[in-house]
Each structure stands twice: as structure tokens, then as C-alpha cells.
Ligand binder design. Structure first.
Ligand code: HEM
Length: 364
């Protein structure tokens, strides 16, 4: 598509699909033309939950909302979480090390980010299972784009749960993110309840499956390329660039949506105003105009300006946290299981989605 139809109009759905790096970067960052406002419910039942969240907001409101949470996600604030993430990772790995085999998605890549984000938001530990179930349901909705009775029921339950938690924190504030958001003011105004709900739902989804997939995709890349694990065991400095290369090569988020609010010219194509646009991050990250040998997983790539965390004002708020979790999880995994290989019977299946990219299971 990058070569023959870099800007493709799907006449059946009306959507425009953008595949080249420069175009994807423009679509993600030129908010005056490509709006993040998707407008209300998308038919899946979860639209209302996200309708007032950061990710579907344009400036000036976007900047105001984002400024309320940036402090919690700066590299410095996130670094302070290192001992807790390390401790959690060690706990999760103990059982795996004793047994010598595991489904790494289920036993490490999945629980780690869920527990970390639950703790940041002050979700009581006993509610974590329910929280995990709801976040799965929301993600499966965003994957399939269609809703079932289960989706509607889960959306109602999540909304009620967060409303009760918000009420509780209002009367007994803590140090968690929900309490921070409750006390925050923009121009003397508190956040509205839909905005508070939007934050909760967004953090629940954004912090969850994406990081799971980064860790899972990393293990897949490492076990596929002989010699990489051995090098990582002796060269600690190689881990951060390896994670960046996983983000480029197997991007956990493959596509993001925008809506044109004015006519836009991309190369020879003109996209009219009011059109849905899909920016293919996964394709941009393999654009031969930007990356040499893009189809090769190369940890020695050097400069790696991938778009896996987006670009511009909506650049992923959780990027420092996702990178830290991946770094700690992979370092601990390799030092405890240096002979890591895929289980011989492993049948690797990708999740069915055009948005998120990851494996259903990863038996090692
Ligand atoms: C935004 C990817 C982890 C919170 C984004 C965007 C991408 C992305 C591509 C841009 C969306 C857009 O342009 O519309 C990822 C990937 C992750 C990850 C690949 C893991 C490997 C996280 C984590 C958190 C998080 C751990 C929080 C705990 C957010 C938020 C936004 C966002 C709040 C919206 C920012 C805004 O609209 O200003 N993420 N993300 N993400 N991400 Fe992440």
C-alpha cells in the first residue's frame, strides 16, 4: 500500500487510510485539520465512557486536561515506581522460574501493567479481578467495533464502579490519581463527572493491553533472532534500544483514528472535510523511506524515530511507564530464565484486531 496506494479511500466504509511515515506523522499531529474528536457513542456502548477523555479532545481543552496528569507520568515520577515494579515482577516470576515453563502473556505481561495502573489509580486490590475483566471487555469492543449484551453490561458496571469510587475519594482523598483529578481545577473549575470518568476509562484501557503486548512482542522478537538474548545478558545498555526496535518492528498500537475538519492534501490525494482517517502506525514504522531494511529486527539500528507512541500533542502520556515496565520485566525474565525459548508445541496466534498487535498466548 505504501508504494501503490499510500492514501487509500475505502468507498464501502468512507474511510481514508494513510500508510507512509510522513503522512502518518502529519495526520497524528496536525490537529487543526485532523481532529481527535470522534463524536459520542460509536455504537459499541463505550463511546460515552470515553466521550470526554483526553484522547478524543482537541485544543484548547486537550492541553488543559493533559496538564492535570502530566506530573504523574513524567520520567522522574515514573522512575520512583521502579522498586514497586521490580518487586511485582520478581513475585510474578518466582512461580515461573520454579516450574520452568509458563504462558508469559497470562503470567507476566498481562498482570504486571494491570497491577501497576490499578495501584496508581487507587483501585483496591480485591477489585482487581473485576477491573481486569472490564478492561478486557472494553478492549475487545475496540477490537471488533461491535457490541454484545456483555459489552453493554460491562460498560454500565464500569461506570457505576468508577462513580462509586469517585464519591468515596471525594469524601476520603488519598494520594492516588483519582484523588489528584478530583482536587484539580482548570480556570477555577473542577472537572466534570464525564471528564473524570473519561480519565478513568482511558487510563484503564491505555495502560493495560498496550504494555502487555509490548512485553509479549519483545519476547517473540528475542526468541526469533538467535544471539540477541546472549548479547542482552552481557550488554545491559542494549536493552533500551532493543525495546525501541520492538516498538518499531511489532508496534503494539497499529492504527489511530482522526476526522478531517478541513480539506487536506496528502501527496496527490485530497481528503474532503468530515472524513474519517486511519493513520497506519505499523506501516509508517516499516516505511522504507525512513528505515533501512525495515522488515529486519535490528537492535543495532541506532537512531530509531518510530511512531509507536504517536506524535505531537497526543503523544503517549504513558510512554515512560511502558518503557520502564518493559525494561524491568525483560531484564528480570532474562536473568532468571537465560535459556528462554518458545515451547516446542507453541502455536502463536495473533489477537484479532486492526488496532492492537499482540499474541493471545506465549508459551515458553
Ligand atoms: C496516547 C501507544 C502505554 C496512556 C497514546 C497514543 C499512542 C499510544 C499511539 C497516541 C494516540 C493518538 O495520537 O490519538 C501506546 C503504546 C503503549 C502505551 C504502544 C505501550 C507500549 C500507555 C500507558 C499509559 C498510556 C502505560 C498510561 C498508564 C496514554 C494516554 C494517551 C495515550 C492517556 C492519550 C494522550 C493524549 O491524548 O494526549 N498511546 N501507549 N499509554 N496513551 Fe499510550
Amino acid at each position: 500500500m505504501r508504494k501503490t496506494a499510500p492514501v487509500f479511500h475505502d468507498e464501502q466504509t468512507g474511510s481514508w487510510h494513510v500508510f507512509r511515515y510522513d503522512d502518518v506523522q502529519r495526520v497524528l499531529s496536525e490537529f487543526a485539520t485532523f481532529s481527535s474528536r470522534m463524536g459520542g457513542d460509536n455504537g459499541s456502548g463505550s463511546g460515552q465512557l470515553f466521550a470526554s477523555s483526553l484522547i478524543v479532545t482537541d485544543p484548547p481543552r486537550h492541553r488543559q486536561l493533559r496538564s492535570l496528569v502530566t506530573q504523574a507520568f513524567t520520567p522522574k515520577a515514573v522512575d520512583a515506581l521502579t522498586p514497586r515494579i521490580q518487586g511485582l515482577t520478581d513475585e510474578l516470576l518466582q512461580g515461573i522460574q520454579a516450574r520452568g515453563s509458563a504462558d508469559l502473556i497470562k503470567e507476566l505481561a498481562y498482570p504486571l501493567p494491570v497491577i501497576v495502573i490499578s495501584e496508581l489509580m487507587g483501585i483496591p486490590a480485591q477489585d482487581r479481578e473485576r477491573f481486569k475483566y472490564w478492561s478486557d471487555v472494553i478492549v475487545s469492543q475496540t477490537r471488533t467495533g461491535s457490541a454484545t449484551e456483555e459489552h453493554y453490561a460491562a460498560n454500565t458496571e464500569i461506570t457505576e464502579y468508577f462513580l462509586a469510587l469517585i464519591d468515596q475519594r471525594r469524601s476520603r482523598p488519598g494520594k492516588d490519581l483519582i484523588s489528584v483529578l478530583l482536587s484539580a481545577e482548570i480556570d477555577g473549575q473542577k472537572l466534570t463527572v464525564p471528564e473524570l470518568l473519561g480519565f478513568c476509562a482511558l487510563l484503564l484501557v491505555a495502560g493495560n493491553e498496550t504494555t502487555t503486548n509490548l512485553i509479549g512482542n519483545a519476547v517473540l522478537c528475542l526468541t526469533e533472532k538467535p544471539g540477541t538474548i546472549e548479547r542482552l545478558l552481557t550488554e545491559q545498555a542494549l536493552l533500551p534500544p532493543t525495546i525501541e526496535e520492538v516498538l518499531r518492528f511489532r508496534s503494539p498500537v497499529q492504527s489511530m483514528y482522526r476526522m478531517t475538519v478541513a480539506e487536506a492534501t496528502l501527496g496527490e490525494d485530497v481528503i474532503p472535510a468530515g472524513a474519517p482517517v486511519v493513520a497506519w502506525i505499523g506501516s509508517a514504522n516499516r516505511d522504507e523511506r525512513h528505515f533501512e531494511r525495515p522488515a529486519e529486527f535490528d537492535v543495532d539500528r541506532g537512531q530509531n524515530r518510530h511512531l509507536a507512541f504517536g506524535h505531537g500533542i497526543h503523544f503517549c502520556l504513558g510512554a515512560p511507564l511502558a518503557r520502564l515496565e518493559a525494561r524491568i520485566a525483560l531484564a528480570a525474565l532474562l536473568s532468571r530464565l537465560p535459556g528462554l525459548t518458545l515451547a516446542p508445541e507453541a502455536r502463536l496466534e495473533r489477537m484479532e484486531s486492526t488496532i492492537v498487535y499482540g499474541l493471545k498466548e506465549l508459551p515458553v
